[in-house]
Design a protein around this ligand. Structure first.
Ligand code: ATP
Length: 357
């Protein structure tokens, strides 16, 4: 397994890229530790597949380097990079048995049959495929086939990294959570370096120790799920992660405080704010509460989200959402709201003030 270091990586599909807009991947530097569980999360078109193909060697970067354990592999072939990949759609041989499918990557590399038996038995046990080992793969359901694909990714012990590209796309919704937790368990058991690519926040947050959030060809934040929730570095992260996303309200900044609609609000990062550019405050619905001495708000809608109610209000003409726990009183008509200062932040041109200094 390998530490993966990406430095000043840029990629354009054009022959002569000129401006930032010509780059599918604008700039990217990050390090993935050996044995870590990482997710690449972002909306369609943000550059996830481009980055994956640069790491696996299907694309050569326009600029920058990728190294595995200190060795520059930016121009090495996919074979030299020694990566296992699991794709959206299961890649298996229908006419072979489950055992032979799992053994295939090892036989391809001339591994001895005794060693193959040990590895295949171990992987089949982890994936709960032991009983089906002698069955033909053709008879399996989509999730059974995808389990074989996962197994083929995991069976080799000599790969540098295992990359999963939206692996749960074809899985029935009610089985998704089972495979999702299985993948997490497999990482904990095998401690391989794993990169999981998805546009689904639940998949990313349940699988990864660190989630790399991308937008428009750039990394907007690389952090733990808790950090992404508590300190979104960009309003995009605040919107994209969380359900509902973060409230973002226009404000003015004076003396380290946010001024919003005539109210003065204490915030977690007031000292770092310069007041330049487009200034906004961001606060997640989880950190908005009903408070007798708070800002006036009008309730416009209440929706049920299982253990919570989502209460949508208007404050000075702006939408502010808050969560009310099941069983707690839901406000009606006119109410008053307060924002938890340590979880309320000033954003300048989209970025949390102080997060990039
Ligand atoms: P999705 O989740 O839809 O696969 P993504 O996040 O993987 O999206 P990419 O497929 O990497 O995003 O695309 C990033 C940008 O590069 C997009 O603007 C896309 O149109 C462009 N792009 C991707 N592949 C090519 C290509 N072969 N030639 C030209 N432009 C491309």
């Amino acid at each position: 397994m390998a530490e993966i270091r990406i430095e000043k990586l840029r990629h354009s599909y054009m022959a002569n890229p000129q401006t930032d807009d010509d780059f599918a991947l604008k700039r990217l530097s990050l390090t993935w530790q050996d044995g870590g569980a990482y997710a690449l999360l972002g909306p369609s078109g943000c550059g996830k597949t481009t980055l994956l193909n640069l790491i696996s060697g299907l694309l050569v970067p326009t600029e920058g380097t990728i190294s595995f354990n200190g060795r520059d592999v930016s121009r090495a072939s996919p074979e030299e990079r020694n990566i296992a990949q699991v794709f959206q759609f299961p890649v298996i041989y229908d006419t072979m048995t489950v055992y032979d499918n799992l053994a295939f990557p090892l036989r391809n590399r001339g591994v001895a049959e005794a060693e193959i038996r040990t590895r295949v038995t171990e992987i089949a046990e982890m994936l709960e495929l032991t009983k089906t080992l002698n069955n033909r793969a053709s008879g399996l359901t989509a999730d059974g086939k995808q389990k074989i694909s996962l197994g083929r990714g995991l069976v080799r012990s000599d790969v540098n990294v295992i990359m999963f590209d939206e692996p749960l796309t074809v899985i029935d919704p009610h089985l998704k959570w089972q495979l999702r937790s299985k993948l997490k368990e497999l990482h904990l058991r095998t401690r391989r370096t794993m990169i999981y690519v998805t546009h689904d926040q639940t998949e990313a947050l349940t699988f990864a120790d660190q989630v790399v959030v991308m937008n428009l060809g750039e990394v907007v934040q690389a952090a733990t799920p808790v950090e992404l929730f508590e300190k979104p570095q960009h309003t995009f992260v605040g919107h994209f992660i969380g359900s509902p996303g973060m409230n973002v309200l226009p404000c003015e900044v004076r003396g380290g405080k946010a001024h919003f609609g005539g109210e003065v609000l204490s915030v977690g990062n007031g000292e770092a704010a310069t007041g330049k550019g487009r200034t906004e405050i961001g606060v997640r619905p989880e950190f908005v509460t009903i408070a007798g001495d708070g800002m006036e708000a009008d309730v416009v809608r209440v929706s049920d989200a299982g253990r919570f109610r989502i209460v949508e209000t208007k404050v000075k003409g702006h939408t502010v959402k808050l969560l009310v726990k099941e069983g707690d009183a839901v406000p009606e008509g006119r109410t008053r709201l307060a924002f938890d200062p340590s979880h309320t932040h000033i954003y300048e041109d989209g970025w949390m003030a102080g997060s990039r200094s």
